[in-house]
Design a protein around this ligand. Structure first.
Ligand SMILES: NC(=O)c1ccc[n+]([C@@H]2O[C@H](COP(=O)([O-])OP(=O)(O)OC[C@H]3O[C@@H](n4cnc5c(N)ncnc54)[C@H](OP(=O)(O)O)[C@@H]3O)[C@@H](O)[C@H]2O)c1
Length: 269
């Protein structure tokens, strides 16, 4: 499987390089970074600490996709439309995990998907995907009358709340229980909990990579669905799994749910 990377010198790019070098079947054929990257011209394997791979870091995206079957992109939102266009023209499948895309970037991905397989995911964790599926299933099975609350834990440096994953889980909750309105924390004389709310709480501290729990409270019982990230490399694992899934697929937009074989409409994002 011939792989090219965009954003190759970044934290995710290097994590994927290390994983692809260790996993059988992958051949790194191209590595692209921004034009001012001080590591341009250096060997990607050496940058990633896995020895020489014979792949030079370049700012030339067109050259880096030559001969690739799939390009994995973890870069910056403003570059994604160009990446999508390049992949479409070169006939190379695209797996992008770059976050904070605007409508124009999403539209570019959709246009590229007319010619090549494209998968964009703001969270490439396989476990989070299954947590979302389990949450949807639990809500459907239990029906109304169960209180839903969501708690997320992250390291002390995280800048935003709730996390993107928590927001995604909320979409799943709202898909199954559209009557619920989001309540971000509780403070003061808020009164008794109503049946129309879903509380969301962000806890920050230490070096927690990321933890999400969906609580479902019923009369006399409680269900807790938890995902714990213990290492950032989980995103690289999911991204490579998605990249492998795309090779040989027909053109179109795909999601992480497709990688795991799920078919839920709510989870198709
Ligand atoms: N989907 C997920 O599960 C997931 C997980 C983790 C991170 N992410 C997202 O992935 C993206 C990258 O994260 P990261 O932590 O790896 O960031 P990072 O360490 O800052 O790396 C960014 C990479 O993109 C390159 N880049 C930036 N602007 C570019 C441009 N205009 N053209 C070409 N290359 C460019 C950088 O090269 P230069 O040094 O030359 O700028 C660098 O190689 C972010 O959007 C992040 O939110 C997603």
């Amino acid at each position: 499987m011939r792989l090219a990377l965009h954003g190759a010198s970044g934290r995710m790019g290097l994590a994927i390089t290390r994983l692809a070098a260790a996993e059988p079947g992958w051949q790194l054929v191209g590595a692209c970074a921004g034009p001012a990257d001080p590591a341009l011209g250096r060997d990607l394997g050496e940058l990633a600490g896995v020895g020489t791979l014979g792949v030079e870091l370049t700012a030339d995206l067109g050259a880096s996709v030559l001969g690739a079957e799939v390009l994995v992109d973890f870069s910056t939102a403003s570059a994604v439309a160009t990446v999508a266009g390049t992949c479409a023209r070169a006939g190379v499948a695209l797996m992008s995990g770059t976050t904070n895309l605007d409508e124009a970037a999403q539209a570019a991905l959709t246009r590229a998907a007319e010619r090549v397989p494209v998968l964009w995911a703001s969270n490439t964790s396989l476990g989070v995907q299954v947590l979302a599926e389990l949450t949807e299933r639990a809500l459907e099975r239990l029906g109304p009358g169960w209180d839903v609350e969501l708690v997320e834990l992250h390291h002390r440096k995280k800048l935003d709340a709730p996390s993107g994953t928590a927001r995604r889980l909320l979409e799943v909750v709202r898909g199954a229980r559209p009557e619920l309105r989001e309540l971000r924390g509780r403070d003061g004389e808020v009164g008794a909990r109503t049946e129309e709310e879903v509380g969301v709480f962000g806890v920050r501290g230490g070096d927690v990579v990321g933890e999400h729990t969906v609580y479902l409270f019923g009369p006399g019982e409680r269900l807790e669905l938890t995902h714990r990230a213990t290492h950032r490399e989980l995103f690289a694992h999911g991204a490579l799994r998605a990249a492998r899934f795309l090779i040989g697929r027909s053109a179109g937009r795909y999601q992480m749910a497709d990688v795991l074989g799920a078919s839920s409409a709510t989870l198709a994002r």
